[in-house]
Design a binder for this molecule. Sequence first.
Ligand SMILES: Cc1ncc(COP(=O)(O)O)c(C=O)c1O
Length: 401
Amino acid sequence: MSDNPIFSFRTRAVHAGHGLDPSTGAHATPIYATSTFGYGSAERGERLFAGQEDGYFYSRLSNPTVRAFERKLADLEGLPEAVAFASGMGAVSAICLTLLQPGDEVIFVAPLYGGTTGFLHEVAAKFGVTVHEAADEDALDALVSPKTRLIWVETPTNPRLNIVDLARVARAAQGVGALSVVDNTFSTPALTRPAEHGIDLVMHSATKYLGGHGDAIGGVVAGREDLLTELRLVGLRHVGASLGPFEAYLFLRGMKTLPLRMAAHCEGALALAQAVRGHPALAATLYPGLSDHPGHEVATRQMSGFGGLVSLELGTRAAAMTFVDGLKLFTQAVSLGDVESLTCHPASTTHALLGDEALLRQGVTPGLVRLSVGIEDAADLIDDVLRALDQVPAQPETVSR
Ligand SMILES: Cc1ncc(COP(=O)(O)O)c(C=O)c1O
């Protein structure tokens, strides 16, 4: 049913990408734990290898369980094709190594996930690619040129949860014949479908909300058929960061409840942000669903919910550390998007490699804490956060909250 446009997102999350297993009638998609597939005859083998016939022959390139995950994600993003990878970073590296060549330029709207900027600066740059950092989407027009090949953004951004206007990014890329890439990990297709705003490629760390249960690492890219064929035949085949069928099974299972989980994450995060804002220990509460968030208006247009991440500014590193150590229901751990609530202090963990100057430029202040709000009862999460905030000294009178 994956191509049937009459079904709603919630129905497609359950059904898209798979049906009864053709060989056994199994209702749940089986885990095809096999590296290779017999092709029967030398003639068929030749056709499969030449791409003249569709079929499976080696799981580095394609596997039925993985294929079901790819089809479901493509359907939910409203795009014709998808290719899965062994991790989000596998997806990032495959996009760059497939689509970039020496002399090309990449522009990213800062901040991006540290691994992505690390790949651009430390790997892509080694191969003669020039990388530009834009402070926001308004800065793109001054940086684009005929050499621009990719414009890369995330929204909401990590960890300050800035909102990037995707239609604006798509226009900037189209103006110079570049491709726009959105890392949709934080929003998921349940809340934002970048292709509806003209974006060319949509990628995910499936490790986060797509899986949703913190038990598998994976990545995926969706887009036009020609681009995705290139990505499979170059970025997947030659680089080889292929998703395993066990992980694909977990992502398929997780995605069936994606709309329900995202609704619960959004509800909990909004309730939490509203309940804690104005607490004397806080200098700021950052959540795109709050009307005073600078990206609120664009988020209202672009997203059908404001996401499950809330960031809190506590003013100093000591206050931030006291706060996270005081939390009981939130596990101190990197990653996000799990059903369980997680928290981290980005400046000393996920973003530490950026160095002091870039940390400050990108707003990753020593007092900032990121909360990934799980699907527990919001009242329990709010109690936990308020109790931990009460252990932190109040902000100076001069700080406006
Ligand atoms: C927004 C974003 N993109 C990409 C990645 C990388 O994904 P993975 O850890 O699955 O390689 C992460 C990981 O935290 C992320 O948060």
